[in-house]
Design a protein around this ligand. Sequence first.
Ligand code: GN1
Ligand code: MG
Length: 365
Amino acid sequence: MGDAQLIVTHFCIPEHVTRVAALGEGFINDTFLVQTSAKQQYILQRKNRSVFPNIPGMMDNINKVTSHILSKGGTTFSLTATKDGTWYHRDPDGEYWACFTFIPDTITFEHAENMDLVRAGGQGVGLFNSRMADFEGQLEDTLPGFHNISYRFDQFAGSLNLARSRSSDMNESNGISRLEEVSSLVEEVYGRKEQMEIYWKLVLSGTIPRRVSHNDTKLSNFLFDKDRQVVCAIDLDTVMQTTVLFDFGDAIRSYSNPFPEDHPRLEEVKMDLERFSAFSQGYLSKAAGFLNKEEKTHQAFSALYITYEQFLRFLMDYIDGDTYYRTRYPGHNLVRARSQLALLKSMEAQLPAMQQVLSEIFNTH
Ligand code: GN1
Ligand code: MG
């Protein structure tokens, strides 16, 4: 904490800082709440250097996006510059720190407990996408390959090869290697490879247009007000120009499942069509105006694509020995992977119904 207290002095905070305290349990960054003698509070974050290879580019992207939203009269947090005039401070250990305003009277949710919240979340993601739809600048590709499934397949093959060459990765409890333990899941990955590559090629070829996208639209990455309406998107670390369909798909992964992404009782995990419908109604109330025909055609499948990608990433991290995601218990990544696969299967069974729901909403716009 001493660290954070010292770091905060490098930023242009006009108020008197009274307290710097750790906040939440992010998977990736370390976050602190900075309280001041005035009402204005700030968030200080140590960005994860091993996850984000280009933090200066990332901060530049965040500044471009928040500035664009503010220029259109929208609400968002804004970055606080350092006394050197940069958007990040680099400490003597080489760690990168960023600071931004905290929007008062806002809350976040880990879980969408009712349909009103699901619909409001849809409006929030749709609003973010539509606010950025006329952005004409260029964002840096700060996480090359982030939602590129061909890149993920290369990574996955690399992980399998490494695991094969390791002799010591026995799971202590049952004496078999992690790789043997997950062989049926590896088959589930490869059984869908071609289908997913076809979808990615639609993005690569420009059939599905590239637009500014958030790329991590789970519920907890949006601020809500006391009336449970979305105030703005937060965690803009992954803003890049991919497709807004990934934002829709990732949100469906998070909102349509009545349970958290690591729910262990697989028979309960599902894509709930009522939730899908509520989210889509909220989303399209803001986004239907700018989506083109191809985007509408391929919208439903985006949920399968992103859920599949998340299944692959959790499985890969388990095979790698849990090096990327923070885990809370041994085998957590495997539980997450299985849970995401169960969700994917539920989506696969309901894809025509999802398409039907979207067509009906398109017809009303
Ligand atoms: C990570 O940082 P956080 O928790 O918002 C991850 C996302 C995953 C998500 C799964 C940069 O997001 O891609 O979907 O975990 N972010 C990064 O919960 O890898
Ligand atoms: Mg994040």
